[in-house]
Design a protein around this ligand. Structure first.
Ligand code: ADP
Ligand code: MG
Length: 690
């Protein structure tokens, strides 16, 4: 926006307050305009005391009938007020002598607070109040009162006064309207300035339910423009890549055909399609930026391997990066098996590697002897110099954010240009979300599983039947199969997480003394984790108790049973990912979702989705539909940017229109497109150069 003035230009803002406001992400006057209230309070009308209802927050006024201080375990000040229609008690636990003196019988007070049922009729505990004269009209506000997101040391009253000032400035110099008039008219959207004023100071008759759920046209207006800005910025990156140089990889078609012919299986039609997308990208003298989306077990790894063959045949190095050591090592093994016959030995690079071995790897990478490098993010840290990096493969990309993706692009840059980039994800996010998250990438979908896979049969079982489930584990393992017992992540706390897994481990060890049981959790050192996983992979352990650390990509075909505890607490997509760890071998696989009864209506429906489908895209779509607005669980995992106003789960249906609008703007009014990006993302795009 145009007013870039620092906050200190506002009345009442000194350096100390400015610093506290920074914690809310507020730097300039205009930032205040985009700090939207979380909810609103209705102080536009006085409610008669006789008409009060418990649980509502209301503005009331009345005359003090009685004020007393009593001891009920602790000191209470009780002030009884009445307005002729009824009476209510104001209750204070903390109060000063001055306050006691204020509440003289006969004075008038105006209060705002929550009405509760007390011991003797209705009460308000610690209401906001003011002692007034009898003139009641002056006490109501003209608009609903906004409640802003709080920050330490900045009171609501202060935020209201600051936004008042910012709004005043905006009115004298309204922001330029950047959306095409045709669009705002067709979608019935208010102007930017109108939307902002409305949301900060809604009129008394505003639909507060709509406002709180974020679906009001004014909120949608702002969300639309913000989504558009992010989308444009990502599209700019895509357009930029088309102008950059890369090494065109045209040789090696015979190597690719020979590799495919030697595989122990035939590629699925979907894999073939995606391979052909990739091969034609690689033949271009501009960097490929392609995303492969494919459900767990759809066979993305082999597709990546084919891209690497092509790259190596073209005389460049290929690197594949995975988010965990376990997964990287698994790739290292697959790639070793596949590439050894071709005389190519993959080189390993990870954070926990010993110094000597690391030094060797680094030398091979910079000298060019390493044709294929497999590792974790250690691959892209300081001190790793590639000789001629031509292809970067990033697996399970949702674990890495947009920013990392951009950082990696620059890692392999040389006089010959950028490396080609292939990113893979098994988080099947709905199409509308994918549009927003991956707008800088071309997308290919592997929408077919290898033949012969039998869908995992899934049941939901209440926790009280745990003994039956334990018995089921025993009999599966007795017949030579292996099983996972997964404990949920508890509120992102490593400690609790670990304790829950530890407790389950103890319980199972006691109940199943004859089984070889292992434990893997997020607090272990990578090497320890690795050892546990490897023992399970090698069949030394029959039952693996684990936290959700096993979520990503681990392949143990002999594991055919998975128990997931507290399944009702987890996101559907996450459950689906976890479940993808079984169903990889010949045996029919089963997944048991243990839940704590009773389940709410939505929770029931959610678990039913997993019972009814094995298709990750359907799961993701249903997840989006069932999740109430405001719950952003899950988007953390998609590498989506942080939005100030938009909420992708809530606003996903705006994306198709955002996409159309972006294309039209880029074609017909490039300056407007640039101005929109600048307004929302600052001078330079947050993702790098525009
Ligand atoms: P993901 O897409 O989840 O990364 P993987 O690449 O790990 O899946 O593949 C899962 C398993 O399926 C591996 O054991 C792999 O060798 C096997 N696989 C891949 N493609 C095929 C195919 N076309 N036919 C049979 N098995 C396949
Ligand atoms: Mg994989």
């Amino acid at each position: 926006m145009h007013s870039d003035s620092p906050l200190t230009e506002l009345k009442g803002v000194g350096p100390a307050l400015a610093e506290r406001l920074e914690k809310l992400g507020l730097y300039r006057v205009d930032d205040l305009l985009f700090l939207l209230p979380l909810r609103y309070e209705d102080r536009t009308q006085l409610v008669r005391i006789g008409a009060l209802q418990a649980g509502t927050r209301c503005l009331i006024t009345g005359e003090v009938l009685l004020a007393e201080t009593v001891f009920r375990g602790r000191r209470n000040m009780l002030v009884r007020i009445g307005d002729g229609s009824g009476q209510i008690t104001l209750r204070f636990f903390h109060f000063s002598r001055q306050q006691q003196a204020q509440f003289q019988t006969g004075v008038h007070v105006v209060c705002f607070g929550e009405v509760r049922r007390g011991q003797s009729g209705y009460e308000m505990i610690h209401p906001e109040y003011r002692v007034t004269r009898e003139n009641q009209n002056a006490v109501t506000s003209d608009s609903l009162t906004p409640v802003y997101p709080a920050t330490e040391g900045v009171q609501q009253g202060r935020l209201r006064s600051l936004t008042d000032q910012a709004l005043q400035r905006m009115h004298s110099l309204p922001p330029e309207e950047l959306l095409p008039a045709e669009l705002t008219k067709r979608l019935g959207m208010p102007s930017l300035a109108d939307a902002i004023s409305y949301l900060h100071r809604p009129p008394p008759d505003a639909d507060t339910r709509q406002l709180v759920s974020g679906t009001h046209p004014c909120q949608q207006r702002l969300a639309f423009e913000e989504l558009l800005a992010h989308y444009l910025s990502l599209r700019n990156l895509r357009a930029l890549a088309a102008t950059e140089d890369a090494i065109a990889l045209t040789d090696g078609n015979e190597d690719v055909s020979a590799f495919i012919a030697d595989l122990p299986f035939k590629l699925t039609g979907a894999q073939e399609r995606v391979v052909s997308d990739i091969l034609s990208d690689l033949a271009e003298p501009h960097p490929m930026m392609r995303l492969i989306q494919g459900d767990v077990g759809s066979g993305k790894t082999v597709v990546a391997a084919i891209a690497c063959i092509k790259a190596i045949a073209g005389g460049v190095q290929a690197a594949i990066m995975a988010p965990t050591e376990i997964l990287a090592e698994q790739h290292w093994r697959s790639f070793s098996d596949w590439f050894r016959p071709l005389g190519i030995e993959p080189v390993w690079l990870s954070g926990s590697q010993r110094v000597g071995s690391r030094r060797e790897s680094l030398a091979a990478i910079s000298g060019g002897n390493a044709k294929l490098v497999v590792g974790t993010h250690a691959l892209f840290q300081e001190g790793v110099d590639f000789h001629r990096l031509g292809l970067v493969v990033i697996d399970e990309q949702h674990r890495f954010g947009v920013h990392q993706r951009m950082a990696l692009r620059d890692k392999g840059i040389s006089a010959e240009g950028h490396p080609h980039q292939l990113v893979m994800t098994a988080t099947p996010i709905p199409r509308t979300l994918a549009m927003a998250a991956y707008a800088d990438l071309d997308t290919s979908v592997i929408d077919e599983l290898p033949p012969g896979r039998r869908p995992v049969s899934t049941v939901a079982v209440p926790e009280v039947r745990r003994a039956e489930v334990v018995e089921r584990v025993r009999s599966a393992c007795a017949s030579g199969q292996q099983a996972y017992w997964v404990c949920p992540l508890i509120e992102e706390s490593d400690v609790l997480d670990y304790q829950a897994a530890e407790a389950s481990y103890q319980m199972l060890a006691k109940a199943l003394p004859d089984l070889r049981i292992g434990l893997v959790h997020g607090r272990m050192r990578p090497a320890e984790k690795e050892r546990g996983m490897k023992a399970f992979k090698d069949g030394l352990i029959q039952l693996l108790v684990a936290t959700t650390v096993i979520e990503v990509g681990v392949d143990v075909p002999n594991a055919s049973l998975m128990i997931i505890e507290n399944a009702e607490r987890m996101g559907l997509s996450q459950l689906h990912q976890l479940r993808g760890r079984v169903g990889r071998g010949v045996a029919q696989s089963h997944c048991v979702l243990l839940y704590k009864a009773p389940l709410g209506q939505v929770a029931k429906q959610r678990l039913a989705v997993l019972r009814d489908t094995n298709d990750g895209f359907v799961v993701a779509q249903r997840d989006l539909e069932l999740r109430g607005p405001g719950e952003l669980l899950g988007t953390k995992q998609t590498g989506l940017p942080d939005y100030r106003i938009a909420n992708l789960v809530r606003d996903a249906e705006l994306m198709p229109q955002v996409q159309i609008t972006a294309a039209a703007l880029q074609k017909n009014s490039a300056e407007r497109a640039t101005a929109i990006v600048r307004r929302w993302l600052g001078g330079a795009s947050r993702y790098g150069k525009v």
